[in-house]
Write a protein that binds this ligand. Structure first.
Ligand code: GUN
Length: 293
């Protein structure tokens, strides 16, 4: 059994990005610039955005954080997005989700210029991904593909079960792994909340992507000997002994499942760090105008 060390890979990728930024600077090119919009003071969102700003600084990117209170109107938020769309210094834009209920999340996503949509949430990027055109891919699936590639996990011809059909993880993951690509070329089954007997699918799978958000859901009895297990779960469970008062728990019962696997991602230290670094990779692609002029 091999543990897929997402933390180590993410650190390596950050070094690669930092080196590229250094060279861009030396060539007199503009440095990549990520702009993040944060609405309100949700603890989780505050932490995620703080990480994004810190990650940018670590690789030499510029970042801008635009903050609004919870009572911001949809019109004001749309105007802020528009301003960033029109700012030629800004390469990538993200609006941290969720936004308050009185604001349409979809409207905000669609207001972002798809050429700066480094979250890969805009329908143009999602659609381009589906038909195999160059596009921004949302951070978690992008990070998982990178892990499979760097660990040389054989995917061609394998049975892959994705548990979860969210727009930002399960759905794009299932599309990427079914594409004619390496990693890819899998036969993919998507299981979700209306799937009866998920174990009947997972027990036949060579690769399982657990992205349903139920801590400890995947048990050893549901997994084939030698399977590859990618755990996307990051549920916060109370842990009074820790400084933060919580710890992250994955969707996989790690202690039970790990001995049966060929590869497994731990939580924390597996997919999470890769999700963070994927945003940097997308921002670099945006700065280099890799997909769109
Ligand atoms: N909220 C939870 N995950 C994400 C993400 O990847 N991007 C944004 N913008 N908001 C999120």
């Amino acid at each position: 059994m091999q543990i897929i060390d997402g933390k180590k890979v993410a650190e390596q990728i950050k070094l690669e990005i930092a080196e590229e930024v250094k060279q861009m600077k030396e060539q007199g090119l503009k440095i990549p610039h990520l702009a993040a919009i944060l609405v309100g003071h949700d603890g989780g969102s505050e932490t995620y955005v703080a990480h994004k700003v810190k990650d940018c600084a670590e690789v030499g990117f510029k970042s801008t954080l635009v903050r609004f209170e919870d009572d911001v109107t949809e019109t004001e938020l749309l105007a802020a997005v528009q301003k960033l769309n029109n700012d030629s210094d800004v390469d990538g834009i993200i609006v941290q989700l969720p936004v308050p209920k009185h604001i349409s999340e979809q409207k905000i996503i669609e207001a972002i210029d798809y050429r700066k949509d480094v979250d890969g949430f805009h329908p143009i990027n999602v659609g381009r991904t589906v038909i195999g055109l160059p596009s921004y891919v949302s951070a978690t699936p992008f990070g998982i593909v990178e892990l499979l590639r760097r660990y040389k996990v054989e995917t061609k011809g394998k049975n892959c079960v994705v548990i979860g059909r969210s727009n930002i993880v399960g759905r794009p993951m299932s599309i990427l792994l079914s594409q004619k690509a390496q990693p890819g070329d899998c036969t993919v089954t998507v299981c979700h909340s209306a799937t009866p007997d998920i174990a009947s699918y997972t027990s036949k799978a060579d690769i399982i992507i657990a992205a349903l958000g139920k801590p400890g859901f995947l048990k050893a009895s549901m997994v084939k000997e030698g399977a590859v297990i990618i755990d996307v779960g990051t549920t916060r469970v109370p842990a009074p002994e820790t400084k933060s008062g919580f710890r992250l728990k994955g969707d996989v019962d790690y202690d039970e499942v790990a001995p049966k696997c060929s590869f497994i991602t731990p939580v924390p230290g597996g997919v999470g760090p890769m999700t963070r670094v994927s945003l940097l990779q997308n921002t670099l692609l945006a700065a280099k105008k890799s997909f769109f002029k």
